[in-house]
Unconditional design. Sequence first.
Length: 461
Amino acid sequence: AQPLLPHIALFPCAGMGHLTPFLRLASMLSSSQNCLLTLITASPAVSAAESTHISLFLSQHPKVNHLEFHLIPSDPTTITIPDPFFLQWQSTNHSLHLLYPSLASASPPLSAIFSDFVVAPSMGTMAAQLNIPNYIFSPTSCKFFCLMAYLPNLLSNTSDICTLTQVEIPGLAPLPMTSILPPFRNPNHIFTSLILQSSRALSTAKAILMNTFHEFESDTLASINDGTALHNINLPPILPIGPLKDLDIKNDHQDKYYLSWLDNQPKESVVYVSFGSRTAMSDSQIRELSKGLETSGYRFLWVLKTSKVDKDDIQEVSDMVGESFMERTKNKGIVLKAWVSQQDILEHPAIGGFVNHCGWNSVMEAAREGIPVLAWPQHGDQSVNAEIVEKAGLGIWERKWGWGLEGLVSAEEIRNKIVELMEHEKVRSCSKKVGEEARKASGIDGRSEKVVKEIMQSLMQ
Ligand code: BUP
């Protein structure tokens, strides 16, 4: 008899940084593997970008089932939580028990769940009830994942984490305290308490899937594989499956005039500037950045955001950077406040450098395309990621800029670093090598591709 096709439920959490890699994984599984897929999404979504991408993805992947899961409205006492994405993660965890009947009655029955790290505890319990494996997907670097996995030990062994100068994770190079995100200094912070819950549930997972690749995080992955890293924590295998391949979602409503503009620019001449989907820069920092870009003399494509959630982003570009800046730089660059196709931009031969916050998806995209990065971390895992970028030779990082959201970096400093980025021959050639390694890892018969095939084979039995 023919083996039954595995039926996998994929459950990403809120935020484009979480949704994007899940959609890439879903697209890869649906196109190259024999399986059935159900995409679970929490409703209502936080941002317009998430709603749009979910609809476009489903309309272009008609074989993927959709299980929309309605969240219990938030407890009014928690509405004061300043980050709507954290609030959504919390509501998702509080509402997850409602999902069980749909998972239990799935037809054909589910063979496995691939769930976001943020929902690990509840999904692990439900997978156990259904007697199927739960694969946790962590959309971060492996190094940051290790920090999250170690966090329960770190906080219980240290009376005051703020007194440390560095964090020593067994078997890994120490992390300077400056790279530890401020919320991790407070166990009661909503982000920290969510991560602690998930980290404590890791041992229930069949494996941890990571959007990374061996050559890029070789030290960390080698220490995990030989058992020296985190040896005192009961962790399932960590499986690198990245960098996940581009997802070609067509959006006919989007005006991609910036790509036609790029077509007319010389090779590797344009600096692409974006700080991801969740960073709103201060007005003063935006002004310094505009001056820094202009005085660098380089061409630029700048995606500007002024609010954490796209629906709230109502200011005009010209109000943010000034009419005179727009006029002076009209032949040199474009500033936009819209969702762009970052993968199309990074693939474009005109792009020569990427000023970026080091959100892990952006890092993996830059790695795939071999584009040098000027790392400017803003929050979350980004300082840890910046160090990886620098070490892998994919870019440069000015540590003294600290967390972007905390201080003000001057136009002159920005200008100098942009010039350094664009003229750094060693980083440029090293980045190209990173690009070759990245494409090899996720290409046919690459190490990451083989991992996915093996998982699928195990689910076929
Ligand atoms: Br903004 C923007 N177009 O206009 P990260 C982002 N992206 O394609 P973040 C676009 O969103 P977290 C845009 O290519 C990447 O895949 C981008 O994820 C894409 O950063 C994704 O880079 C953004 O991980 O998420 O948004 O800060 O905080 O979860 O890292």
